[in-house]
Structures are given as structure tokens and as C-alpha cells.
Write a protein that binds this ligand. Structure first.
Ligand code: ADP
Ligand code: MG
Length: 795
């Protein structure tokens, strides 16, 4: 074995000397045309020798490391073996350089083999479902299990028995040039012995193995000169052919070589059909790269092969491309691609690494969140706290005795809903809801406060009309999903707009007053506004109605926020130490003092700077639906600038803010989606992507949404841990009510969130409960509870 590789190394040294390449460090691609099992590009374990090779001690070893060992003996060769390439793959790559449609490599020479691009999702042996990988079929061994026994003749059997590897490579032995001459010889020998040729006179040469070679067969089949060639060749074999003998011998040659071409066409047709089905196409255009002496030099072989392939797969338009300088160039090509991909990979990793958070970092986030929460609760620090910890004056959860009809308003980040909620108590306890959704136009979100509240009242009027209840003065709960400082349950001063809202003259004002005034301005109906409710609180209450253990409400939608039941004695800014009150944490503002800047990337900063509220809601901007798509867009722009995506072209649409909505992350990251569908989504966004682009985009989406879920989980771990400490228990069982489209519809967000909480708060057993229509129903329930408590107070 050492001999073989020493020889190869010597040849390389010789080549480098004559070409003045010594002492230069070069990447090397090694074309090795024998079946190898590869676990990476630069490693290959020889499965078995084929053709005329039979060097001992190589089978089952890695040929790359053997070559490296031999190369190391030469001090003045400095090469890096980057790729081991099968000759079929080399051929496909060489042709692929000229014709990008080339996805099959075919060798018909001394041996035969084929490779093609298979979908990763069909390769069970490998992890991963994305993209394609070239498969070296090693089809020469087709039939070794007996599958071709019906087709094999006595001559095939005889040839096999006399070969170096009996029973192996049976298909190859019917196809390739190493064997066709011998097949012809065996047939001629039998025919002669039976008196059908040469007057029955056998020569020693005809009896000698290997005396007829492929080059003879080709010469004899040549158009025009063929007959003369045949006579010459047979005479050289000491046979005395008549004119008729020569014609018969030519006929034998044609039968043998046509059988080879026909069989090859059949197996190639199988590969082409597979490709077409993989792509789910009715008709496919593709290119096959071919190399090998038999195909190149035999006078009719190529034509025959093409014709039969076209007949076998009429729905494929196949171009056959002769590999210009064969497998050597291909190996260099594979090496060059590997080189380029490795460099690209490095750049992509460098871009995305800041988004990967270690467990250690997540623990830090959790503990910082806890610190900021404490600041928010303390009288001295709450003024400057980033997590505001707003008291909500919701002190009780529903006990089931609530009943009546209520109106609820739900102003979230995107829509406005008006609801009529009928609550029944007692044994037939139930909640019935009717609702209508109204869009809030952008010019109203960012117009004046009066316009915004007039619009809200207009929507309410529509709804009352629609339900036919305009006269009834119903108690109303107002879910208002923005930070409000409350002095009582029906008073809430807007601290500052978040998400997409920026209406003027509202910050610092009481939203209940603004609503009352708008109702008065309209002067059409009156409402009894009982409660202003944060959406987290509404969500907690809705779930609390079903599960009394629910003491936390989480929103992962347009924005991100949490509320939880806190002990009154811990809430310094509200009088009294008895009982509990729900705290709206407004954790979206976490980090606004810079405490998590070390994990913010430049993309987060860009998203922040171009937002409505720069510098504010930093945690929310890393975790919620309104921003995740924008972060992805920023990364895509940067990768494109680095030339790693979209051929380096930043398209008009990629420049457009907001085109990459978070719902596209959900679609792209869906496990069931094939790469082609990802491409289609990107296409709809005006992003013309290749398959490789789609893989990268999907990776970017995955990294951004995973970080969001982990950060959210770290925050939630801080909350459940605090609750556990409040109760003074070793183990806490608690339910979190959740609402928000990001949580509900993203394929991985909820799972990663759950896993992170489990990891960071192992002593808490957290159940997550999806709130159906949480914030609206919750507002009605809070109104009902407030009404009940109020009535009790009056008695
Ligand atoms: P809100 O938070 O405004 O009350 P939602 O909980 O419905 O309302 O959240 C809406 C937000 O969810 C949208 O602004 C968008 O960012 C995000 N979103 C919408 N569709 C999807 C989706 N399929 N997957 C993930 N996020 C989505
Ligand atoms: Mg909502």
C-alpha cells in the first residue's frame, strides 16, 4: 500500500518541480475513481478495489490520510488535501462550470459509474433536510445481488469468473471498455469452435485472454474503414477471415457495444426520472456531464446512448455535455468550491454568532431582569426603573360568582376589537362573546390623540348599532396594551406609547378620561367605564377563570410583556401590606439603561434607531413580533453587502422597511416546508434567491427567533423564581396564561421558550395555558370582578 501512495507522491513532486510549484502552499483535490465511503469531503474509506486495481492493505482505510502520510515524507511539498473526489463528481462539476443545469455526472470508460444531485431530505444516512448533495451511485455494482441474472449471458459469466473480482461489479462488466473486448473474444471463440467462423480454426491468440481490446472493437465498428480494420485485426490474431467472417465479427462487436449503450441508457433514465420526480416537474430540462474513453472514442456509442435515453424518458430534455478535461479539472473545481464555501461559512458564522446565547448569558439576563424588577417595586428606585412594575389595582381573580353583560374594548398593537361578553355564574357557568374587529389606520395610530379616541368611539358606535344595544348603559372594561400608571382600577395614565403607536397629546394623560371625553363629544350613547386593563392582565384573568393556579400573564405578539400576582407587602408604591395585587411589569423596557447592551447586536441597534421610539423598549425589540422580521431584514442586507446572499445585489424590496414581516419567519421556519417553497416566499417578497440563498435566509430566521424565545424564557424564569421565593417553597407549581400571535403561530418559539424556562428555573413546574381571546374576555372578567367587589362595598 505504501508503495502506491509513495508513487503518487513522487509523481506530484515531479510535477511540482517541472512546474515550479515547490514551496508554495496549495489546496489539493484528489480524484480517486474507486468506491469510497465519505463522512466528509476530505476523507474517504475505500470500500473495494474495482477495475484492474488490487493493491493490498488499502481496502477499509482512509485514502486521504494515506496520501497525506506519503506527502509528509517530502519536506518541500506543502499541500492541503481539501477534497477527495470521485471521477463522476469531478466530471459533473467540470461540466457544471459551463452549464449550471448539470446535475448528473457519468463515466463510461474503463469502468462505469454515475453521480447525481439528490435531495438531502431523501438521504437518510445524513442529518439535515436542506438542499442537495451529490450522490456517487457506484452503479457498477448493480446486479451483484442477482438483479441482472436474467440478462447475463454465458459469456458474461465466463468473463466474470476469469476477472480479478469474481461476482463483483457485474453491471460494469457488461458495460465498460475494460471488458467489452474480452466479451467479443469469448463470443468469437465459441462461434469458431462451433464452426461458424474461420472454418472452425482457432488460433492461439484467439485463445488468449485480453487479446481483443476495446480499441480493436472500436476500429472494427468504424464506418467505412471498419471492414478493412476487421480484416487486419483478425489477421493479426493469426486467423484467416473470409469477407463473410469479417462481416459477422463486425456484427458481434456491434451487438456487444450496443448492449452496453442500451443498458447505460436505461440506468441513466432511472436517474433522470428520479430527478424529475424530486422536483415535482412534468417536464424537466437537465444536463448530463460525461467522460470516459468508451463514450468519447467509440464511433457510434454516444449517438446510440442519446437516442435510447430520449426514447426512455420523453419528458426530459437532456443535454449531454462532454467533459472538456475530465475528472482532474473537476477535482480542482470541487476543491475551489469547498474553499469558497468554507470562507463563506466563516463569514456567515461571524455574522450570526452574536445571536447565539450561552446558558451562562441567559442566566445573567435572568438575574438582571430580577434586579430591575426589584428596582421597579421600590419607592426610591421606581422613578428611574426600566422595568416599571406598574400596579394594576386588580387584586382578585374571578371566583365564579360573576355574572352579567359587559362591553370590552381591546386595543392591541395592530387591531382594535369591541366585544360583548355575557358571563353566567353558578352551575351553568359560561362566557359568551360577540365581537367585531376594526383596523386602526396608520394615520390614526400616529395622528392626534383626539382623532384616535374619536375613531375608537366611532368603532364602538358601529358595534352597538350592529348588536342592537345602543340604549343599554353597560359596564365596560378597556384593555389597553400600553404602559399605564394606574391610581385605581379605572384610572390609567399613559406612560409612553410603544409598538406602532405615536398619537400626540396622549402621553401623561388618563386614557379613561380621554375615552369619556370622546364619548361625550359624540354625544350619542353613554358607557360605564369600570376598568382599564393591560392585555397581560386580561390574559391572566381569562386563564385564571379556568385554572385558579394561573397567576402570570404573558404576551408574545406585536409587543412583549408580562404581569403577575405580587404580594402587597413587596409593592412599596401602593399603601397596604395585606393581600396581593397584579403587577404589570412592562418588561419590554428592560435594558433601556444599557444593562443588556453587551448582547445587543449592531442589527438590533439599527432596528432601534429606525423605530418610532429609539432607545426605548430594547428588550421588546429583541423579542416581539413587530421587530423580529426587521432584525432579519437588517442581517440579510448585511450578508448581501458582504456578497454572501442574492449575488451581492441589494434589491429595491430588501431596502423597504417592514417588508419582512414576522409571519414570514413562521412560514420559512416551518419544518414541513421544502426549500422550493422558501424560495417562493422570498420571490413574493421580490427577493430572487438561489437554493443556497434560501438555506441561509432560513438559518438567519432561525437564529433570530430562537434568540427571541430564549430571552423571553430568561425573563419569565426570573418571574417564576420570584414567585417561588415569595411563597417560600422548595418547588412551585404555577400556570402562565399566554396570548399573542408570535407564541401561537411560530413553529418553534413556544417550545424554545418552555425549554429555557425549564433550564433556568428548574425548581418551578410551569404550565403554559393558551388564552383564547384572552385580552377581551379578560377585560370583561375584570370588570365583572370590580363590579362585584364594588357592590359588596356598597352594601
Ligand atoms: P397584538 O399583540 O397586536 O395584540 P397579536 O397577538 O395578534 O396582536 O400579534 C400580532 C403580531 O404578531 C403581528 O404584529 C406580527 O408581528 C406577529 N405575527 C403575525 N402573524 C404571525 C405569524 N404567523 N407568526 C409569528 N408572528 C406573527
Ligand atoms: Mg393582543
Amino acid at each position: 500500500m505504501a508503495q502506491l501512495f509513495d508513487y503518487v507522491a513522487d509523481c506530484l513532486l515531479d510535477f511540482m518541480e517541472t512546474n515550479n510549484l515547490k514551496h508554495k502552499k496549495l489546496p489539493l483535490g484528489f480524484t480517486f475513481s474507486f468506491p469510497c465511503k465519505q463522512t466528509k469531503l476530505e476523507e474517504g474509506v475505500l470500500l473495494a478495489w474495482t477495475k484492474y486495481f488490487k493493491v493490498r492493505g488499502v481496502q477499509d482505510t482512509d485514502v486521504v490520510s494515506s496520501l497525506c502520510k506519503a506527502l509528509q515524507k517530502h519536506k518541500d511539498i506543502d499541500v492541503d488535501v481539501l477534497a477527495l473526489v470521485n471521477d463522476t463528481v469531478g466530471t459533473m462539476m467540470t461540466c457544471g462550470y459551463d452549464d449550471q443545469r448539470c446535475e448528473v455526472g457519468l463515466i463510461i470508460g474503463s469502468g462505469t459509474n454515475a453521480c447525481y444531485m439528490e435531495e438531502m431530505r431523501h438521504i437518510d444516512l445524513l442529518e439535515g433536510d436542506e438542499g442537495r448533495m451529490c450522490i456517487n451511485t457506484e452503479w457498477g455494482a448493480f446486479g451483484d445481488d442477482g438483479a441482472l441474472d436474467d440478462l447475463r449471458t454465458e459469456f458474461d459469466r465466463e468473463l466474470d469468473l476469469g476477472s480479478l473480482n469474481p461476482g463483483k461489479q457485474l453491471f460494469e462488466k457488461m458495460i465498460s471498455s475494460l471488458y467489452l473486448g474480452e466479451l467479443v473474444r469469448l463470443i468469437l471463440l465459441k462461434m469458431t469452435k462451433e464452426g461458424l467462423l474461420f472454418n472452425g480454426k482457432v488460433s492461439t491468440a484467439l485463445l488468449t485472454k485480453g487479446k481483443i481490446e476495446m480499441k480493436h472493437v472500436s476500429a472494427m465498428e468504424k464506418y467505412k474503414e471498419g471492414l478493412g480494420n476487421t480484416k487486419e485485426i483478425l489477421t493479426e490474431l493469426n486467423l484467416f477471415p473470409s469477407e463473410e467472417d469479417c462481416i459477422a465479427v463486425q456484427h458481434v462487436c456491434t451487438i456487444v457495444s450496443f448492449r452496453s449503450a442500451n443498458l447505460c441508457a436505461a440506468t441513466l433514465a432511472a436517474i433522470l426520472t428520479r430527478l424529475r420526480e424530486n422536483k415535482k416537474l412534468l417536464r424537466m430540462r437537465t444536463t448530463v456531464g460525461i467522460d470516459g474513453g468508451l463514450y468519447k472514442t467509440h464511433p457510434q456509442y454516444a449517438k446510440r446512448l442519446h437516442k435510447v435515453v430520449r426514447r426512455l424518458v420523453p419528458n426530459c430534455d437532456v443535454r449531454f455535455l462532454l467533459s472538456p478535461s475530465g475528472s482532474g479539472k473537476g477535482a480542482a473545481m470541487v476543491t475551489a468550491v469547498a474553499y469558497r464555501l468554507a470562507a463563506q461559512r466563516k463569514q456567515i458564522d461571524a455574522t450570526l454568532t452574536p445571536f447565539l446565547l450561552s446558558l451562562e448569558t441567559l442566566r445573567e439576563v435572568k438575574s438582571k431582569m430580577r434586579t430591575e424588577m426589584e428596582y421597579g417595586l421600590k419607592r426610591e428606585t421606581q422613578g428611574s426603573a426600566t422595568v416599571k412594575m406598574l400596579p394594576t389595582y386588580v387584586c382578585g381573580t374571578p371566583d365564579g360568582t360573576e355574572k352579567g353583560k359587559f362591553l370590552a374594548l381591546d386595543l392591541g398593537g395592530t387591531n382594535f376589537r369591541v366585544l360583548l361578553v355575557k358571563i353566567r355564574s353558578g352551575r351553568r357557568r359560561s362566557v359568551q362573546m360577540y365581537n367585531k374587529i376594526f383596523a386602526i389606520p396608520l394615520e390614526i395610530m400616529q395622528g392626534t390623540g383626539e382623532e384616535l379616541f374619536d375613531h375608537i368611539v366611532q368603532c364602538i358606535a358601529d358595534f352597538l348599532e350592529y348588536m342592537g344595544i345602543k340604549g343599554a348603559r353597560l359596564p365596560l372594561g378597556f384593555t389597553f396594551s400600553f404602559p399605564c400608571r394606574q391610581a385605581s382600577i379605572d384610572k390609567g395614565t399613559l406612560v409612553g406609547w410603544t409598538k406602532g403607536f405615536k398619537a400626540t397629546d396622549c402621553e401623561g394623560e388618563d386614557v379613561v378620561d380621554m375615552l369619556r371625553e370622546a364619548i361625550r363629544r359624540r354625544n350619542e350613547f353613554d358607557l360605564d367605564i369600570v376598568a382599564v386593563v393591560n392585555d397581560t392582565v386580561g390574559t391572566m384573568m381569562t386563564c385564571g377563570y379556568e385554572d385558579p393556579n394561573c397567576e402570570i400573564g404573558l404576551i408574545a405578539g406585536t409587543g412583549s410583556n408580562v404581569c403577575y400576582m405580587e404580594d402587597m407587602k413587596n409593592i412599596e408604591i401602593v399603601e397596604g401590606n395585606e393581600g396581593r395585587m397584579c403587577i404589570n411589569t412592562e418588561w419590554g423596557g428592560f435594558g433601556d439603561n444599557g444593562c443588556i447592551d453587551s448582547i445587543r447586536t449592531k442589527y438590533d441597534q439599527e432596528v432601534d434607531e429606525s423605530s418610532l421610539n429609539p432607545g426605548k423598549q430594547r428588550y421588546e425589540k429583541m423579542t416581539s413580533g413587530m421587530y423580529l422580521g426587521e432584525i432579519v431584514r437588517q442581517i440579510l442586507i448585511d450578508l448581501t453587502k458582504q456578497g454572501l446572499l442574492f449575488r451581492g445585489q441589494i434589491s429595491e424590496s430588501l431596502r423597504r422597511r417592514g417588508i419582512f414581516e414576522t409571519k414570514f419567519l413562521s412560514q420559512i421556519e416551518s419544518d414541513r416546508l421544502a426549500l422550493l417553497q422558501v424560495r417562493r416566499i422570498l420571490q413574493q417578497l421580490g427577493l430572487d434567491s438561489t437554493c443556497e440563498d434560501s438555506i441561509i435566509v432560513k438559518e438567519v430566521c432561525g437564529v433570530v427567533s430562537k434568540r427571541a424565545a430564549q430571552l423571553c424564557g430568561a425573563g419569565l424564569a426570573a418571574i417564576v423564581e420570584k414567585k417561588r421565593e415569595n411563597r417560600g417553597v422548595e418547588h412551585l407549581q404555577i400556570t402562565v396564561g399566554v396570548d399573542g400571535t408570535l407564541y401561537k403561530l411560530h413553529p418553534h418559539f413556544s417550545r424554545v421558550l418552555h425549554e429555557t424556562v425549564k433550564e433556568l428555573a428548574p425548581q418551578c413546574d410551569v404550565t403554559f395555558m393558551l388564552s383564547e381571546d384572552g385580552s377581551g374576555k379578560g377585560a370583561a372578567l375584570i370588570t365583572a370582578v370590580a363590579k362585584r367587589l364594588h357592590n359588596v362595598g356598597q352594601k
